[in-house]
Design a protein around this ligand. Structure first.
Ligand SMILES: *Cc1c(COP(=O)(O)O)cnc(C)c1O
Length: 224
């Protein structure tokens, strides 16, 4: 399989999963996760019309993005160390991994300095895995409310990684948890801006679409 076949197959599967649940697939964005992927391969995907890419290390993103067309969309999907924030620019389309207060503060001060408002998603640890990145479900509401005091960070949704070893029924449950959390926050009047659910990777993106994902992050199924 090559990149072209892979992308076409994934887009068809996204469409089918959306249709199964009465959704429109144009509301669902495929991010090609390009960590550890060469410039040549990324460029191949770009030439096929895939413009959104995801990187999980800032250093790698800094080196790669300047060698690729300016209209690529770049998504930062990995744990973001505060000492790397200074390398971020307005070429970052969306930060998926806002997961702690210190990061919120640092992003805000860097945003103020550069006059950039960072579009961001709050990362949630739905599986409640010890040591895994993301806020606990019960912490999200207070955190979301506090982001409103930080004008250079703009939250537009929630992100989760699910559980890597989970069986499909478990994975579905985790994705449902994220969607219900979003819906509850909206009902409570604190989450009207939560448009996005970033969930689903190579193993489970179809499930994620069935459960309401607006963004899926697929790496190995595209590039391997
Ligand atoms: C690597 C990665 C992905 C893509 O994983 P695949 O299994 O290769 O599709 C998605 N999200 C995050 C946060 C990642 O680090």
């Amino acid at each position: 399989m090559n990149v072209e076949t892979n992308i076409k197959d994934i887009l068809l599967r996204i469409k089918a999963a959306a249709e199964r649940t009465g959704r429109e697939d144009h509301n669902i964005k495929l991010i090609a996760v390009s960590k550890n992927v060469s410039i040549a391969k990324i460029d191949e995907a770009y030439k096929l019309g895939q413009k959104a890419f995801g990187e999980n290390r800032v250093q790698e993103w800094v080196q790669k993005h300047s060698l690729l067309p300016y209209d690529c969309e770049w998504h930062i999907i990995g744990r973001l160390q505060t000492n790397k924030i200074k390398y971020l620019t307005q070429q970052v389309t969306l930060i998926h991994s806002l997961d702690r207060f210190s990061l919120l503060e640092k992003l805000n001060s860097e945003g103020e300095k550069k006059q950039i408002v960072w579009p961001s998603l709050i990362q949630v640890n739905v599986a409640q895995d010890q040591g895994k990145a993301g806020l606990g479900m019960e912490e999200v509401k207070d955190f979301l409310v506090s982001t409103k005091d930080y004008p250079y960070v703009s939250v537009s949704g929630l992100m989760t990684i699910g559980a890597l070893e989970a069986r499909p029924e478990e994975t579905r449950f985790f994705f449902q948890q994220l969607r219900e959390l979003r819906d509850n926050l909206k009902r409570q009047g604190v989450g009207e801006e939560l448009k996005h659910l970033s969930m689903g990777m190579s193993q489970d993106y179809e499930l994620a679409v069935e459960e309401g994902a607006t963004i899926v992050r697929v790496g190995s199924k595209i590039f391997k």
